[in-house]
Design a protein around this ligand. Sequence first.
Ligand SMILES: [Fe+2]
Ligand SMILES: [Fe+2]
Length: 191
Amino acid sequence: MLRLQSATSPAWLEKVRAHLPDVLIDHAHCEKKAAGTAMNLIFAHVDRPDVVRDLADIVVEELEHFRLVLDLIERRGITFRRQRPSSYGQRLHALARTLEPGRTIDRLLIAALIEARSCERFAVLRDGIGDAELAAFYGSLFESEARHHATYVQLATRFRPEEEVRRRLDELAAEEARIIAAGDEPARMHS
Ligand SMILES: [Fe+2]
Ligand SMILES: [Fe+2]
């Protein structure tokens, strides 16, 4: 369903356990960034009311997630702060083609893959973090990130034929799996 081409390794969960505050702060940044991505796509497609409505729903949900993570880290006595972003998003965005309509398709599909990886990792956290509050929290976010993944793929098919979108999604998913496998970051949601 998520169209990812690799599963998160158990080593990632160990890294999260060892650096939980850093990962929670990173998670807050990811939600903020997810809202920003959808907002930027609204700016790029103001002439497509059918597209901006779905994107607006994503902005609202991602900002709500951002607030929820901020509340969670505050309850745990962790202060939200700036963080050097992981190279994951940057490396994925570098794969986007520069000419239209390829650029639009790639931006949407890269967003779809980031949502898919978040979703997959939320399930890993839900099932393995061994902290009841966090397990419930990640369980509650899982479903909406899965929906965002599906929405972004669906949005891409409003610009190009489905077969072409599927083919490109598979190519980008293969690259995403390589980027995640090379993850050299200390401890991030996507590393
Ligand atoms: Fe989210
Ligand atoms: Fe999302």
